[in-house]
Write a protein that binds this ligand. Structure first.
Ligand SMILES: Nc1ncnc2c1ncn2[C@@H]1O[C@H](COP(=O)(O)OP(=O)(O)OP(=O)(O)O)[C@@H](O)[C@H]1O
Ligand SMILES: [Mg+2]
Length: 315
C-alpha cells in the first residue's frame, strides 16, 4: 500500500520554526487535502518530501523509504508538482513532455505511449501538437500535471494546483485531480480552497504555524469540530431544477431537517440536527424523494467553520 509519512519532521530557518515536529502518516489510495493559512508550512512540508529542501529534524518517508537518505528509491513512485514551472511557449505538449521524459530517464520505447496516455488523462489530446504559448493558464497547468504523471506514479504530490487559475481553470484542474484517484493513487494536495478540498478530497490534514492541527476523514473533521449545538450542514447538487414546493413541502419536513437554503436551482444547503448517523439517514430520505440528486456532501462552509475554529485556537 502506498504511504507517505512525516516523523517528527522539523524545519528551522535560523531561530524561526517553519515546521514543528510534524507527525502524519497517510496510507492507501485516496486524495488528501493539506490545508492551512499562508505561511503555515505546507510548501515546506512538500519540499521536504521531495528532497528540494532538507529537514532540520525528523524524517520524511515515502513507502517507508527515507527521502533524504535514499532519494531516488523514495521518489521513484512519485509524481510531483510544486511551484508551477513555465513551459517554453514555442514547445508543444508533445515536445515539452518528451524533454521531461528524457530528463526523468523514461525508456525511449515507452515514451510515446506514456506521453499520449498522460495527455489524454488531463484531457488535452486535441492540443498535443499545438504550441503551449497560446494555451490558457488552466491548460498549461493541465500539461504540468501531465508532466507529473509521466512515470505513472502511485503517489502524486501537488502544491496548490489550482492557484492562479480562474474559476473555469480551477474547475478543469479539479476534474483532473478528482480523476487521479482512479488507478489506486495516493494524492496529497495543498490548497487554500476549502470548497475544493471538500469537493475532491477524502481526508484533510490541517496545519498552522508548522503544527498539525488535525488529520482525519472529511466527514469526521466536519462532524467532530463543526457541528455546533448538534447542527450539521450538507450540500446537495441536483441534475435538474428543484421546485420550491418540493423544498417547502417535502425536504423541510424530513426528520431532523432544520432549514433548507437554495443556493441555486440545482444546489441546496441543508441544515439538520445530528452527526453522521443522521447524515446517512437524510441521504436515504432524499434519495427516496427522487429529486435527481447528483451529489451529497458535507458543506464547504462546515469545513470553513472547522478550519476557522482550529486556526483561531493557534493564534
Ligand atoms: N528560505 C526561507 N527562509 C526563511 N523562512 C522561510 C523560507 N522558506 C519559507 N520560510 C518561512 O516558513 C514558513 C512556512 O512557509 P511555507 O512556504 O511552507 O508556507 P505555506 O503553508 O506553503 O504558505 P502559502 O499558503 O502562503 O503557500 C513561512 O513563514 C515562510 O516565511
Ligand atoms: Mg505554499
Amino acid at each position: 500500500m502506498s504511504s507517505i509519512e512525516a516523523r517528527d519532521l522539523t524545519k528551522r530557518y535560523g531561530s524561526f520554526v517553519a515546521l514543528s515536529n510534524l507527525n502524519l502518516k497517510i496510507e492507501g489510495a485516496k486524495c488528501v487535502g493539506f490545508l492551512g493559512p499562508n505561511g503555515a508550512g505546507k510548501t515546506t512540508t512538500l519540499k521536504i518530501f521531495t528532497d528540494l529542501i532538507r529537514a532540520s529534524g525528523g524524517q520524511a518517508l515515502i513507502n517507508g523509504v527515507d527521502v533524504h537518505k535514499e532519494k531516488k528509491k523514495a521518489l521513484d513512485p512519485c509524481g510531483v508538482l510544486i511551484e508551477t514551472p513555465e513551459i517554453y511557449p514555442s514547445f508543444t505538449p508533445r515536445e515539452a513532455l518528451s524533454m521531461i521524459a528524457d530528463l526523468r530517464g523514461i525508456p525511449r520505447a515507452d515514451r510515446t505511449k506514456r506521453i499520449e496516455a498522460v495527455v489524454s488523462e488531463v484531457k488535452m489530446d486535441e492540443w498535443m501538437d499545438k504550441k503551449v504559448g497560446k494555451f490558457s493558464k488552466g491548460m498549461k497547468q493541465r500539461i504540468n500535471i501531465a508532466a507529473a504523471l509521466l512515470s505513472d506514479p502511485e503517489i502524486v504530490l501537488l502544491d496548490e494546483p489550482t492557484t492562479g487559475l480562474d474559476p473555469r481553470g480551477q474547475a478543469e484542474v479539479r476534474d483532473i485531480v478528482r480523476s487521479l484517484k482512479q488507478r489506486n493513487r495516493l494524492v496529497f494536495m495543498s490548497s487554500h480552497l476549502l470548497n475544493e478540498v471538500s469537493e475532491i478530497c477524502d481526508e484533510v490534514a490541517m496545519i498552522d504555524h508548522g503544527k498539525l492541527l488535525v488529520y482525519d476523514t472529511l466527514a469526521h473533521v466536519t462532524d467532530r469540530f463543526a457541528h455546533d449545538g448538534g447542527e450539521s450542514v450538507v450540500q446537495v447538487e441536483l441534475v435538474r431544477d428543484i421546485d420550491d414546493q418540493v423544498i417547502r413541502g417535502q425536504i423541510s419536513s424530513l426528520a431532523g431537517v432544520g432549514s433548507v437554503e437554495k443556493l441555486n436551482p440545482r444546489s441546496l444547503r441543508i441544515k439538520f440536527s445530528g452527526g453522521q448517523e443522521e447524515q446517512a439517514r437524510l441521504l436515504t430520505d432524499l434519495v427516496a424523494l427522487k429529486i435527481g440528486m447528483l451529489s451529497y456532501h458535507p458543506s464547504a462552509s462546515t469545513l470553513e467553520d472547522t478550519y476557522l475554529n482550529l486556526i483561531k485556537d493557534t493564534l
